[in-house]
Design a protein around this ligand. Structure first.
Ligand code: FE2
Length: 369
């Protein structure tokens, strides 16, 4: 299988992996043949990448970062609980929701188990489904990616639970922000932006009195938009005033926002997003955290098409976990763009003079486009 931008799919291609609906249910099964209409529809629904069958990479298996069961359960719980809170804006203080703590702790246990079961798990594209409501999928992505980084950072299981809960609930305050602002297409007015920014504080007040939610998780909601140099919000705290967990969540939150399809723009590719985050080294994000993050992100995900400076192109078939920016590539086309009769593989961690200069170039464009 290989990973193709939806716009580059052609009618007749077959799906190699399921496509999920917003709530984590299977919308299109494996092996479904794409039609021009289906391709257009997927693109319109915000599915910008799909896994496609290709006999030249038929042996390539791309594991999901969390199991289908965990994903479905998590999205369903997040959606149910967040929608419940959306229906009750201006919640009075002193009213708690013990169910939130119970259900989210159960989900986090599943996420931690899934991630600790995998050796060398990497942050890979996870937004392969229809996303009607960005908030739910985003909350799941941020908790999965942050937990993965937490494991790499050596946190204990208890610490991972608090970190993961903080990540899953970091934007819970958005349930108290008007839908008109949350879903507005185009830029927000000054007042609307000020209102949007209040989600951090509102999240804190929603969580801080929940007896079974660690207070630190509430602080993660409060602090996830604070930045190292004090340029963040709501309080403009800086450096060590920001808890380490909130720094991890802030970093992952930015990454997921950049690599996710939004109404107003196409997503960045992982390597573009990492580069953009690096521009904030020492000012917005800690260098040590960025380095660990970079080492755990598959910036060239399995199945993606890359082009070398020589003009040759091929598909990423293996990721060197100690050196994820130098993957193993199966060359399918020569420097003239001609298809090779016998593909061969290049391990970029060993062939250091070969450079990747493009991603998803020279691909067939769907007739629909
Ligand atoms: Fe946020």
């Amino acid at each position: 299988m290989r990973l193709l931008p939806t716009q580059m799919c052609r009618p007749g291609m077959r799906l190699a992996k399921k496509i999920y609906s917003e709530d984590g249910l299977v919308l299109l099964a494996e092996n479904v043949e794409l039609t021009a209409k289906l391709i257009t529809r997927l693109y319109e629904c915000g599915v910008h990448f799909v896994y496609i069958q290709d006999p030249r990479t038929a042996d390539l298996i791309i594991p999901d970062i969390i199991s289908e069961e965990t994903r479905h359960r998590a999205l369903s719980e997040i959606r149910t609980n967040f929608r419940d809170l959306m229906d009750r804006p201006n919640r009075k203080s002193g009213v708690t929701y013990p169910y939130i703590a119970k259900s989210f702790k159960q989900i986090m246990t599943m996420v931690i188990d899934d991630l600790t079961d995998q050796k060398d798990a990497m942050i890979m594209l996870m937004n392969m489904g229809i996303v009607d409501d960005y908030l739910f999928q985003h909350s799941l992505n941020v908790s999965v990616y942050t937990t993965l980084l937490g494991i790499a950072n050596g946190y204990s299981r208890d610490e991972l639970m608090t970190l993961g809960l903080g990540a899953m609930l970091h934007d819970i305050g958005k349930t108290q922000i008007s839908m008109n602002i949350l879903k507005k297409q185009g830029s927000l007015s000054r007042d609307e932006y000020e209102e949007m920014k209040r989600h951090a504080e509102r999240g804190y007040y929603l969580l801080k009195d929940e007896p079974n939610i660690p207070l630190l998780a509430a602080h993660c909601a409060y602090q996830h938009h604070e930045r190292l140099d004090g340029s963040g919000y709501p309080r403009g705290i800086r450096g060590n005033e920001i808890h380490e967990y909130a720094k991890w969540i802030g970093l992952v939150d930015s990454y997921d926002a950049m690599t996710t399809t939004r109404i107003y723009r196409n997503p960045l590719l992982p390597h573009e997003a990492v580069e953009s985050l690096y521009a904030g080294t020492g000012t917005l994000y800690e260098q040590r955290m960025l380095q660990l993050f970079r080492d755990k992100v598959a910036i060239y995900p399995l199945g993606i098409t890359v082009k070398f400076h020589s003009g040759e192109s091929g598909v990423v078939v293996d990721i060197n976990s100690s050196c994820p920016h130098r993957p193993v590539v199966r060359i399918l086309n020569n420097e003239l763009g001609e298809e090779l009769k016998v593909p061969y593989e290049v391990d970029l961690s060993k062939q250091l003079t070969t450079m990747i200069v493009g991603v998803n170039e020279d691909q067939p464009i769907a007739e629909a486009y």
